[in-house]
Design a protein around this ligand. Structure first.
Ligand code: MSP
Length: 632
């Protein structure tokens, strides 16, 4: 009998900074997989957390004038807030500074030491602190870290070593005998090559700083942060404290990780487990990176996108959908505003939103909003029913392979088929002909039933939208009380009163296409003075201001530039009353190509300062200068 449990983990994130949309990507994917398995009736355990020890965190805390614990407490609160905003339904959040975890790490270390697989020696070599990784000289690239390219530090200290080399052959055999262990296949091949090139024993303790879990047999040492971090996957399911729970969930079904840390999860971690006499996880899945303008997101490049800003602006499900749909799971993918707005408008507002909207409008018109008793099934109706069943079968097999993006594409193909069914069955024509009452009732019933199935299909990916659709169908039980495997066509109860509502996903109009306030400015891109000189920035006196009808963010300004007057459309309506701007001298980018916004000509752009908390103030000068004065 197959196991009915499903244990999935995300990496535990470093509290070295706030999390960006790339981190959110892994966690959203894990959440969708976890919710899918719950919908299939599995007993799921979904673990995430924070990786709080190590030299990097110790240094950052010091720079900020805090103790490491004060510092991580604050950042980790931010992680948990983000997961709540993203609708992440984890079962536990593990912090490596918790006592329950420190005990497990020390116990594991002791166990492996007593077995003779950890021994004392001296480490002399290179260390990349941002990556918390040791490198032999031969692996450095131009003297820098081969993973992140940053400078490495030379270490020479007494250390404990873990006898990884002893297990290399056993690990290789295991990987070869279990083709699903490391996925996707390209990463598996890379790992095989890596192990074949020879494994060195791993340094698993440090003495030159103290922010870590002490080595139990030698208090002057702290345990290497990756040994500490990986062990979270055992702590989280009660390795020491709850043997029954541990028994139930171990080995993990999936460790979901970004591609850059597959090596830690598919080489170091399995060897730790082998040495400790524990089973290996069933799968390590290394997904690709979310890039911004084809570049890896990183704080130092100044191109990170804050997920909270996106959620506030577009709603949580728009962001979840975009991440899971746009990036082919396993490959790298690009984040761009155009792609995000395109997905929201086309897939969510148009395909899904309109389907729900037009169906309920017709239900109201033809049946006063009450789902009718269906008439006999015609071929066109049967085809829709079969399409629903095929979609479900495909969804199941794609989710087993963790192919989230294709799973969504498959669901959307069904949404497209339902929209096409409406066009072809033409209920508006049936409604005009009294003899077609049965046919109309069948079509309208089928629409309600299809939408019910769609709510179940999309639930793992966009759970709050799925629940909203369920509610609008007038269904009073919980969506989550249903199992995907047990859904049957025809179970939508006739006689249910549907509940109409506002559009599920409002279209994002042109003016909103601009990046949100905290746009990912490429702050470190340097320009020279000639490039700056291409900007014609001048002082403009606002002589009139009014709101733009139908656009709550826009003001239409008339400005005096000394030699001419111009009309400007500015996104300032939420920050200034029109009359507050009149008489002000503001900085205007005067040589921006003229454009039409909401049908109004805009001949330039008012420059404004945007604070992190969302406040916006137009740039002005501190003394009255003539309109048209050049700003340089
Ligand atoms: N603390 C370690 C993991 C220990 S697990 C036992 C760590 N933390 S991290 O904060 O750097 O997070 C890394 C993870 O964040 C990646 O493996 C990946 O899952 C996710 N991502 C970070 N940036 C990302 C992108 N730009 N794109 C996709 N995922 C990204 O490493």
């Amino acid at each position: 009998m197959g196991k009915n449990t499903f244990y999935i983990t995300t990496p535990i994130y470093y509290p070295s900074d706030k999390l960006h949309i790339g981190h959110a990507y892994t966690t959203v994917a894990a959440d969708a997989i976890a919710r899918y398995h719950r919908l299939c009736g599995k007993d799921v355990f979904f673990l995430t957390g924070s990786d709080e020890h190590g030299q990097k965190i110790e240094r950052i805390a010091k720079e900020r004038g805090k103790t490491p614990k004060e510092y991580v407490d604050e950042i980790v609160k931010g992680f948990q807030h983000l997961w709540q905003k993203l609708d992440i339904a984890y079962d536990d959040f593990i912090r490596t500074t918790e006592e329950r975890h420190c005990r497990v790490v020390q116990e594991l270390f002791r166990k492996i030491y007593e077995k003779g697989d950890i021994y004392k020696g001296e480490y002399k070599g290179w260390y990349c602190t941002p990556c918390e990784t040791f490198f032999p000289e031969s692996r450095l690239v131009d003297g820098n870290c081969p993973d992140c390219g940053r400078p490495v530090e030379l270490l020479q200290e007494e250390s404990y070593f873990f006898r990884m080399s002893k297990y290399a052959d056993r690990l290789l055999e295991y990987i070869e005998a279990n083709p699903d262990f490391i996925q996707p296949t390209s990463r598996r091949n890379e790992m095989i090559q890596f192990i074949k090139s020879g494994l060195e024993d791993l340094c698993v303790s440090r003495t030159s700083f103290s922010w870590g879990i002490p080595v139990p047999i030698d208090e002057g040492h702290v345990i290497y942060v990756w040994f500490d971090a990986l062990t979270n996957y055992l702590t989280g399911i009660g390795y020491l404290d709850d043997p029954a729970m541990f028994q139930k969930y171990w080995p993990a079904d999936v460790h979901l990780v970004g591609k850059e840390i597959v090596r830690f999860h598919s080489v170091i971690w399995p060897i730790i487990l082998m040495a400790a006499g524990l089973e290996l996880p069933k799968k390590v899945y290394g997904h690709g990176w979310l890039l911004f303008d084809s570049d890896k997101m990183s704080k130092s490049k100044g191109n990170v996108v804050d997920p909270l800003v996106l959620i506030d602006r577009f709603g949580v499900d728009a962001i979840r959908y975009f991440l899971l749909r746009e990036i082919s799971f396993g490959s790298d993918g690009n984040f761009s505003w155009e792609a995000l707005v395109g997905r929201i408008n086309a897939d969510l507002a148009n395909d899904l939103g309109n389907l729900v909207h037009r169906s309920s409008a017709m239900m109201k018109k033809y049946y006063k909003g009450i789902v009718p008793e269906p008439g006999p099934e015609r071929p066109i109706d049967a085809a829709l029913r079969e399409e629903a069943a095929n979609t479900k079968a495909k969804l199941v097999s794609l989710m087993e392979e963790l192919d989230l993006s294709t799973a969504l594409a498959t669901i959307w193909r069904f949404i497209g088929a339902v929209n096409k069914y409406i066009d072809e069955a033409a209920p508006w024509a049936l409604a005009k002909d009294e003899s077609k009452g049965d046919e109309l009732a069948r079509v309208m019933y089928n629409l309600a039933e299809s939408i019910r199935w769609i709510a179940l299909f999309v639930y793992p990916f966009i759970p709050s939208t799925a629940k909203e659709i369920w509610n609008r169908l007038g269904l009073d039980d919980e969506l989550t009380a249903h199992l995907l495997g047990e859904v049957r066509w025809g179970e939508m109860p006739s006689g249910t009163a549907i509940r109409p509502g506002s559009p599920l996903f409002p279209r994002i109009e042109d003016e909103d296409k601009e990046p949100p306030a905290k746009a990912p400015a490429k702050s470190t891109v340097e320009i020279d003075i000639e490039e700056f000189a291409r900007l014609d920035i001048r002082l403009a006196r606002v002589i009139a201001a009014e709101r733009v009808a139908g656009a709550d963010k826009l003001l239409k300004l008339k400005v005096d530039l000394g030699s001419e007057e111009r009309q400007i459309v500015a996104g300032l309506a939420q920050h200034y009353k029109p009359e507050e701007l009149v008489g002000k001298n503001v900085a205007l980018l005067a040589n921006l190509k003229p454009t039409k916004i909401r049908g109004e000509l805009s001949q330039g752009m008012v420059l404004a300062a945007v604070a992190d908390d969302g406040r916006v103030r137009a740039l002005t000068v501190d003394e009255e200068l003539p309109a048209g004065s050049k700003i340089r």
